[in-house]
Design a protein around this ligand. Sequence first.
Ligand SMILES: [Zn+2]
Length: 447
Amino acid sequence: MRFVIHRGAKEIGGSCVEVQSGKSRILIDLGLPLVDPKDSSKKLEVNLRRESPARLRERGILPPIRGVWKDLHDGPAVDAILLSHPHQDHHGLLSLVRPDIPVYLSADALRILRRSDAFIKPGANIHNAQFLNHRRAKIVERTPFVVTPFAMDHSAFGALAFVVEADGKRLFYSGDFRGHGRKAALFEELCSKPPRAIDRLLIEGTTLGSASHEERTEEKLEEDLKALYSRYSGLKLVSVSGQNVDRMVTLYKSCKDSGRTFVLDLYTATILEGTKRSSIPHPGPDWHDKRALRVIYTPKYEDILRQHPAYHEVLELAEPFRIEKDEIAKDPGRHVMVFRDSLLDDYTALGDWGKGVLIYSQWSGYRKDPGFAKVDAVLKRRGMDIKPCHTSGHASKAQLKRLVQALKPKILSPMHTFHAELARELWRNVELLEDGRSYEVWGGKMR
Ligand SMILES: [Zn+2]
């Protein structure tokens, strides 16, 4: 069994690994890069709907893999794509793929993708899904590959790691993970009951370049949020990814505990309803606390949902939770609202925010996005503070070490990091890899 990292050996974003055994080939993830392939100091600016595949190829955005892209007729298709989790930097190129290629993923991940497809264009558009279940081995059809998925704690819903086995060799692909989220028990289970005989570990190394520190848990964040709310008498806006389901639970709990109302926008409401979990706050008849959870309708999102008959149900379910602008304007201090840059105009129309705050509950790098400059200006005009309150979706170095200790791979290679070389400071059996080169999963060279 051999593999090629098409992208990700030395960067975060655009993760894609091809695994080969004989004539069979599968891909693990097919993400959109975060940095420009021609100049890694720049954030990638791209429009997948307007730019032709040929142009995207020229720009180095589509990795050169045979039998993947729907605009090319270049031989037999890859046998499958395994998707670790629904984050753009892991699935963002799926819309350009031949529709007949089966995509193996968790049912949770597919539900999130189906819901976000209505809002984010082009969507993942998965036509041929095969479901993977925690710790249940599955043969990839018509191939020698056996895949065993492990549900992981990550800021994406339905995240998986994989053991891929063929030719008597075993590769572990960690995907993105952490051990301090609401599903930390999954990380503990993986460390206490690890799969055996791992030859090669491909481990995410997002935090390799950052200072060592323990990440706050979501429970700790809940307390920190409550403390922040109490310092501001006006409206609380929270910049947060609508797909960070763990964080939505944290926000809801912090509101409920402090007698406040958590207000979802229609996009976030659609995602949360799509989780189909009674334990996750969502608009639906099984969610009884309609005082602590409300949904604000904004014209753009409402139009999107009305245009798709498949999503009319969401509008019906959200109706009993609907909150009007006047209700928020009457008592802004009571409300904690999910915010994103594109909602700025809708939310300024709410009138006076009082002495409020924008809580930044995602990676601080997004504050450099051009869209945030306008937000920043409006906040300044209104005398609003910006306060960070976030915990990473990625494993700390201590957690990375624990996973390696548990899996005891013969050899390990970091990916999904800008600081792969720092892996050598943590472990001895490290092989640093190059994008686009083919490696044996285990050639018996190390130790
Ligand atoms: Zn991720």
